[in-house]
Ligand binder design. Structure first.
Ligand code: ZN
Length: 75
């Protein structure tokens, strides 16, 4: 599972999938929780369009539309 260098990073705090930085060697930071560790070891992509009406979004505590990982593993 290590041979996926192109996999995007996800924020470990809000589970937001982070867009690739322009410089691919850089690790992206979450715009909402910039101090939270990010990880490219995550599972389950959910796209939440309407956090107010989405059951998954409510359960995850999501307040902004976007792509989220269901589970983020931080080492
Ligand atoms: Zn975050």
């Amino acid at each position: 599972m290590r041979e996926m260098p192109s996999k995007q990073y996800a924020c470990s705090e809000c589970n937001l999938i982070l867009p690739d930085p322009e410089d691919k060697k850089e690790i992206p930071q979450c715009p909402y929780s910039p101090t939270a560790p990010v990880s490219n070891d995550w599972q389950g992509l959910v796209i939440i369009m309407n956090p107010e009406t989405s059951e998954v979004g409510k359960r995850m505590g999501v307040t902004r539309p976007g792509s989220y990982a269901l589970k983020v593993n931080v080492r």
